[in-house]
Design a binder for this molecule. Structure first.
Ligand SMILES: C[S@@+](CC[C@H](N)C(=O)[O-])C[C@H]1O[C@@H](n2cnc3c(N)ncnc32)[C@H](O)[C@@H]1O
Length: 207
């Protein structure tokens, strides 16, 4: 599918169109170098763009989510969507929506869902990655765990992409900004232009 066709699919998500285009372009650049991985599948919005980018070069996107929703997506919280509650359990269950998105976009051959907590998936991970996209839990603990667990798996020349970076605390939570700044302070990453709240870093070659 073209980018514009993907954009028109009826998929719930939190990504602005210009951020989606940038994510797609970063995916296209990275995917020929190896598998991509995202933390935070939700209903599959970001997986559409990264997954299609991977598919075009015969690659793979691993997409991690426990599918029970983040803190802010629980009943009574700001980003709760009652349609996502499984009536049988009363729990948020976005996996049904995620699978539907992969079917709609014909991406089941390019996207591998991993249904667990990101730190559990990381316990035995050994595959070098061309791109890691962090868009999971937005608490400081969750975002830092994702950064610590996954950024080290990015190959030299590969990309670390972080969503929802707000430099104005009044505009949004500060956890993604915190891990973005941790990465910059490490000296391991070269800063690429930001698009909206989407930050992108390229791993420097070893000195
Ligand atoms: C902001 S949403 C992701 C949005 C998605 N990338 C998109 O483009 O629509 C965050 C997702 O992270 C998941 N999540 C939160 N903490 C997690 C964790 N520790 N491990 C795995 N998934 C987690 C939630 O279940 C939720 O679906």
């Amino acid at each position: 599918m073209t980018f514009d066709e993907l954009l028109r699919l009826p998929v719930k998500g939190f990504m602005e169109d210009h951020e989606a285009r940038r994510l797609f372009e970063l995916g296209l650049a990275a995917a020929p170098l190896g598998p991509c991985l995202e933390i935070g599948s939700y209903c599959g919005k970001s997986a559409l763009f990264l997954g299609e980018a991977c598919r075009r070069s015969g690659g793979i996107l691993f997409s991690i989510d426990h599918h029970r929703g983040s803190e802010e997506q629980q009943p009574g919280e700001a980003y709760h969507d009652p349609e996502l509650v499984d009536p049988a359990t009363g729990l948020v269950d976005t996996f049904r929506f995620f699978r539907r998105t992969l079917d709609l976009a014909d991406l089941t051959g390019a996207v591998v869902p991993i249904v667990t907590q990101s730190r559990v998936a990381a316990r035995a991970w050994a595959t070098p990655l061309s791109l890691v996209f962090i868009d999971g839990g937005h608490t400081f603990e969750a975002a830092e765990t994702d950064y610590v667990c996954w950024s080290g798996h990015v190959k030299q020349g590969g990309l670390l992409v972080i969503h929802d970076i707000f430099f104005d605390p009044a505009a949004g939570g500060q956890a993604p900004r915190h891990v973005y700044e941790l990465a910059l302070a490490s000296g391991l990453w070269e800063e690429l232009p930001m698009t909206g709240t989407l930050g992108a870093l390229r791993r420097r070659p070893a000195a």
